[in-house]
Design a protein around this ligand. Structure first.
Ligand code: UDP
Length: 330
């Protein structure tokens, strides 16, 4: 048996590959390398360069490698871009996921793990947010992911596909062993931008909004270490393989940090100054979003190992330095 990881050369997908390899699973990665990097893929996985929309290829891989689970990470993920290019998001995220689900059903793959997002909630109006909160995504990105969750639910009812949809909060950090990390050019993520800035890869950075109704006026998020996020996926996979039913669950720590707090932690852990100015709010950003992850903990026994913001910042920083050395070497 082996696991097919789509988008396995991307930030989160490449950590999933490591998590699976570390526990002795056989892993097939399907990635078109449009935003992912081959150097982030474990040498112990089998990397296939191709598109998830190529259903003949996916079907062949499933048959050849006796795939019993698909972990689907391949997606477009920039909220702002999704507002400008909604149809691109409905193609890349919703339509491609539909095709992949269809192949999974046709080929008899029993388990499907889907990377969903806290963006399915929008302004949740609940803090921390539980899975039964109102689903009101504010962007085409969030809607494209919610539609995929709905398709999974329907395909499960009709065809018996087992699935786990994990709603990520703010993923940050990098593999503690330094084997992968966020390598996206032009990232929009706070921790990544902050470590790039202390390393002078950016001239400076902005705090987007200082007039939020929060204690220090900046927005609050639940930052989770990427390796804990992957542990949640592995726990979900075990849950599905044990026949314990479908799972839709938040993945976060249940504790929020403001933008200022995150930037303070990055400065103190790296010991480097951060050139930061205050700017206006970014369109579509809610003031605060924090996960209630009790459901995941209860259903799977998931327990985080890296619930420590300075450690998250340290791992992100270490990876950023690794990228600098790589680029230097050409
Ligand atoms: N943010 C910021 N400056 C930046 C990037 C992000 O102030 O250069 C803020 C952003 O407005 C949000 C938080 O940091 O309140 C987390 O943003 P990110 O893009 O990392 O994740 P999101 O919560 O949007 O998924």
């Amino acid at each position: 048996m082996s696991v097919l990881v789509t988008g396995g050369a991307g930030y989160i997908g490449s950590h999933m590959v490591l998590g699976l390899i570390d526990r002795g699973e056989e892993v097939i990665v399907l990635d078109n390398l449009s935003t992912g990097h081959a150097f982030c893929v474990s040498p112990h996985a089998h990397l296939v360069e191709g598109d998830i929309g190529d259903t003949a290829l996916v079907e062949r891989l499933i048959g050849e490698h006796k795939i019993d689970a698909i972990a689907h990470f391949a997606a477009s993920l920039l909220v702002g871009e999704s507002v400008r290019e909604p149809l691109l998001y409905y193609a890349n995220n919703t339509a491609r996921t539909r095709d992949l689900i269809e192949v999974a059903v046709r080929a008899g793959v029993p388990h499907f793990i889907f990377s969903s997002t806290a963006a399915v909630y929008g302004m949740a109006g609940q803090e921390p947010v539980r899975e039964d909160a109102r689903l009101n995504p504010m962007s085409p990105y969030g809607r494209s992911k919610l539609m995929s969750e709905i398709m999974l639910e329907d395909a499960s009812s009709a065809h018996g596909l087992g699935y786990a949809a994990l709603r990520y909060f703010n993923v940050a950090g990098a593999d503690p062993q330094g084997r992968s990390g966020e390598s996206t050019f032009n990232s929009t993520h706070l921790v990544k931008i902050a470590v790039e800035t202390v390393l002078n890869k950016r001239p400076g950075m902005q705090i987007f909004g200082t007039d939020y109704p929060t204690p220090d006026g900046t927005a609050i998020r639940d930052y989770i270490h990427v390796s804990d996020l992957i542990d949640a996926h592995i726990a979900a996979l075990d849950h599905l393989r044990a026949g314990k039913g479908n799972l839709t669950a938040n993945v976060g720590y249940g504790r929020g940090f403001s933008v200022r707090e995150v930037l303070d932690v990055v400065q103190s852990t790296t010991g480097l100054p951060l050139n930061v100015t205050e700017g206006p709010r970014r369109a579509g950003d809610p003031p605060s979003i924090v996960a209630d992850s009790d459901h995941l903990r209860q259903m799977t026994g998931w327990t985080p190992r890296y619930d420590d913001l300075p450690l998250i910042a340290t791992h992100a920083f270490e990876w950023e330095k690794h990228l600098s050395r790589r680029n230097h070497q050409g």
